[in-house]
Design a protein around this ligand. Sequence first.
Ligand code: F0G
Length: 374
Amino acid sequence: MATKRRKTAADRALAREVEKVTHVIWPGVLERYRPFLPVTSATPVVTLQEGNTPLIRSRALAEKLGPGIEVFFKCEGLNPTGSFKDRGMTVAVSKAKEAGAQAVICASTGNTSASAAAYAVQAGMKCVVLLPKGAIALGKLAQALMHGAQVLAVSGNFDDALELVREVSKTAPVTLVNSVNPHRLEGQKTAAFEVCDALGAAPDFHALPVGNAGNITANWRGYADYYRIGTIDRRPKMLGFQAAGAAPLVTGKRVDKPKTIATAIRIGNPANREGALQAVKESRGLIRAVTDKEILEAYQFMAAREGIFVEPASAASVAGVLKLAKKKFFKRGIRIVCTVTGHGLKDPERAVKMLRMPPTVPVNLAAVLKRMDL
Ligand code: F0G
């Protein structure tokens, strides 16, 4: 039986406050930034309400960099499937559906496959993914499988898998949704829009990890759009960071056997090489390498000192900023945005491998108090 609610004036005021925000539902990046995207009223919207990720002000890294330097993390691991790929996937899969495709395909170091698989479910499509055998984080493999994708492990690296899916999509009735699909990059540029919307301006520097080089290309495109229409009056310098064992854009040479613990960016022949180099050149930024040791230090630093758990590849942007800061690269009075691309829970094995397992204690108060280290 319903009981009569007795509302006080304070309750009614509170209810009005709740009312103000509960009807504002974030629609996803395709609706939010529709005029900037290659969609029409005929395009079906396939979305998991991606985007609107937090831009978190750094405490620990900013402190390390010194006074007068502001740092923000664009936390892309808070997208629906745990990485920035969702921004591009909503557009790519919506366009594939509009074109009548029944299936999508991608090669992936893990995150693209998780995202493609999830959006394919939303679209009612099949999804096939080719992964480099034994070289992707367990969480990502679990996602692709749980979303019902057909997963094939290629006994080669990511670059081999990408070449294969490019061939397959030429002959089989399936749409390629890697970042060579132009719709992917269009969607991914919305991350730069969000950064500007949140800061009210562009930052001075924008640091990103670089693998297949799509994301740095896409973010630069976002800044270019806002600059062209006058929403921002200057653009940031783009700073790209590759893992030292997989740094073809730094060395200028394709890497046949890329090596790094940051499996997401273990890529030797980036498909968006030209876009990335152009972004760096036009913005007067740079692309540098960071070692696995530097990546792992930044990975741990982010979790332990900022409270933000990212996957190893994501920490490459942080490692890069730290490395440049040591060389006094940054002056006072500047703002840096670091994109952290994927969630730490994607790769729990790496975290567990790095740390000691917890000690066991009996079910006993004294024992717990004794072992506690406060
Ligand atoms: N960070 C993470 C977590 C990634 O998954 C990737 C790419 C990147 C950075 C690099 O971005 O390729 O646009 O330069 N992952 C792709 C994948 C290759 O298959 O999931 P990029």
